[in-house]
Structures are given as C-alpha cells and as structure tokens.
Design a protein around this ligand. Structure first.
Ligand SMILES: Nc1ncnc2c1ncn2[C@@H]1O[C@H](COP(=O)(O)OP(=O)(O)O)[C@@H](O)[C@H]1O
Ligand SMILES: N[C@@H](CCOP(=O)(O)O)C(=O)O
Length: 321
C-alpha cells in the first residue's frame, strides 16, 4: 500500500470543508502505487482520489500536471480531473504535503495484458501525444531522462551488488553506452513517461482511461513508446513477446506513424527506458522509508529486460522496421 503520509479524519474533514463536495462518508488508503500517498474518498458528492505528493514530485511541477490533465480532457482524453475548492484553487496542503483531490475514474487495470490490450494502449499513447501537442502554456523537463540516470546510480551504486552481483558494473557500462549515444533531434512533445498497465483502465475490454500523470514531461515521443514496450510487452519469465510488441507499435502507428529516425532509435530508447526503471526501482528498493506502507517494485525485472535490449540487433526485434 502506498501511504507514506497518514491523514486523520479530522484533518481530512477540515480540508474537505473548503470544497463543495459535501461531508466525508469514508476514506481509505489505496493498495497500489509506489510514488505518492493515495486515498479513496467517499463524500456526499461521490468518489474521489486524494493524492499527497511525496519524494519524487517537485511541488513546482504540480501546476504543469494539473494544467496538463485539464488540457487533455478538453481534447477528449479520459483522465482524472483536478477538483477546485470554493476559491477556485486545485492544489492545497494536507498533513504537511501538497495535496490534490481528483475525479475518480471507473475501470480496472489489467495484470496480464493481451496483444489486443497492447494494440489499444499503442493507439491511446499516440492519441495522448497528439492531444498534448498544443499544450504549450507550460513545459517540464524530464528529470528522469538520460541526464538523471547517473545521479540515481550515485545514490544506489555502492549497494547495487547486494541486490545482484555485478549490477554496479553493468549499470556503469550501460551509462557509458547510453550517455554519449542518446538520440537527439527526434520529434518531441508531451509524454506520459509512466504509462504502465496499472495506469491504464479498461471497461468491458475497451480502454477507458489513463491516470497518474506525475512523471509527464516534454521529451522524445518515441521514448514514451519505448517505455510502453518495456512495460507491456514482456512476459513474466522475462521473454519479449513479439506479437504484443507488433500490436502495440501497429496501434500507435495507426494514429501517429513513427518516422525512420524514431524507428531506428527504438532499440536504444528501449534500452535507456529499462535502465531508467531499473535505477529508480533500485534506489527505492534500497531506501524504503520506515513506517511507510509500500511494496517496492522488483528492480531485477528491469535487469532482465535490459539484458534483452543489450542483445537486440534491430527495430525488427521489437516488431517494427
Ligand atoms: N483518478 C483515479 N480514479 C480511480 N482510481 C485511481 C485514480 N487515481 C489513482 N487511482 C488508484 O490508485 C492507484 C495508485 O495511483 P497512482 O497514481 O498510480 O499512484 P502513484 O502516484 O503512487 O504512482 C492506482 O493504481 C489506482 O488503483
Ligand atoms: N511504474 C514505475 C513506478 C511508478 O509506479 P506506480 O505504480 O506508482 O504508477 C515502476 O514500475 O517502476
């Protein structure tokens, strides 16, 4: 359960009294997620999600996330909408943390995505990229792109080999390859940057909503595709599922064709994406805050994916080109 910050009913009732949401009926910490503290609220006005922003979220970025979710909704993307209080302000402070109430999205995430789910995800990702194209009032640099990886390694490197022998050397080798070769000049725009299966809702088999925009930023669009290939197209035994990869990429390209340079860069982007999640998971694995209710994600899942990418020869190994 990701609850780092406890909220008392009294604190929550006082916070809610500044909104037009009626009285609090019930609330509980949410069992999924690792980044922020999330609570499901039931008020007289319905169900809502309360998020208290934790460690990785820079409060200065919150207006970007809020503005983006509002913008995407105007472009037809089904995503949580920030709820504003009586003074028209979305962002507040609760239990000492920046806090936001957002609308509750109906639907369930899939644990074992099928090729059809991957195709739908690919189309939704392209739709998100197109909808974000005219979100130009604010911008956010990706703090977890290639320039952010070495600082993560410096936090975790000394203890990396306690998680897997040889891991520190392997990460150092990867940085030595990826830092000087990271693609430049590819199409950029707003990316989600964490569109894992747990952040995508389906209703009756149809993709019905996207959540968790708190890594969203301006970066290479194809890097978002690479993140999704990692998150959606590997099997639990570590094998890349080419059928799912093809489906995801075809779904994406039906909405937004990748250009030649993006396709050529895909193997390197996928390799970088796997290193990014290996590193954040490693840091989290080694630094679980005492008293937090959270189950950290397994960094070694991304070590296995990284090994696949190191051996991949061409975009065809991913299902395109
Ligand atoms: N707007 C929402 N509607 C419905 N459920 C939500 C919503 N936001 C979050 N959740 C639930 O809370 C869980 C954790 O949210 P998430 O944003 O992924 O957390 P984190 O910020 O820790 O990554 C999700 O997996 C989902 O079950
Ligand atoms: N998706 C990331 C971490 C964030 O996960 P979330 O469940 O809180 O959305 C990972 O898997 O490492």
């Amino acid at each position: 359960m990701a609850v780092y910050t406890d909220v008392t009913p009294e604190e929550l009732e006082a916070f809610l009294s500044t909104y037009e949401l009626g009285r609090l009926r019930a609330f509980k910490g949410i069992a999924e997620g690792v980044e922020n503290s999330n609570y499901l609220l039931q008020t007289e006005a319905g169900s809502f999600i309360l998020t208290l922003y934790e460690k990785r979220v820079n409060p200065a970025d919150l207006p970007f996330f809020i503005g983006l979710m509002e913008h995407l909704a105007t472009r037809g993307i089904d995503c949580p909408q920030p709820v504003r209080n009586r003074e028209g302000v979305a962002l507040g402070t609760l239990a000492g943390r920046p806090a936001l109430i957002a609308t509750f999205l109906i639907g369930t995430s899939v644990r074992r995505p099928s090729a059809a789910h991957c195709a739908a995800l690919g189309a939704a990702l392209a739709g998100l990229h197109k909808a974000g194209a005219d979100f130009t009032t604010q911008a956010r640099v990706n703090a977890l792109s290639v320039a952010g990886w070495r600082p993560l390694f410096e936090q975790a490197g000394a203890r990396a080999d306690t998680v897997a022998p040889g891991l520190a050397a392997l990460i150092a080798d990867e940085l030595a390859v990826l830092e000087p070769n990271w693609p430049k000049g590819l199409p950029t725009g707003v990316i989600h940057a964490d569109l894992f299966p747990d952040n995508v809702f389906f209703t009756d088999g149809t993709l019905s909503g996207l959540i968790d925009f708190y890594f969203a930023c301006n970066d290479l669009l194809a890097y978002d595709v690479a993140i999704c290939l990692n998150a959606w197209c590997f099997e639990p035994d570590g094998a890349y599922n080419l059928t799912k990869g093809r489906a995801l990429l075809a779904g994406y390209q039906a909405e937004r064709p990748l250009d030649e340079a993006e396709i050529a860069a895909l193997p390197l982007l996928a390799r970088g994406a796997s290193l990014r999640f290996l590193l954040t998971r490693l840091v989290d694995w080694l630094n679980v805050p005492s008293g937090a209710l959270v189950r950290p994600h397994d960094p070694l899942e991304y070590l296995r994916k990284l090994r696949f990418h190191r051996a991949a020869q061409s975009p065809r190994d991913y299902g395109v080109g």
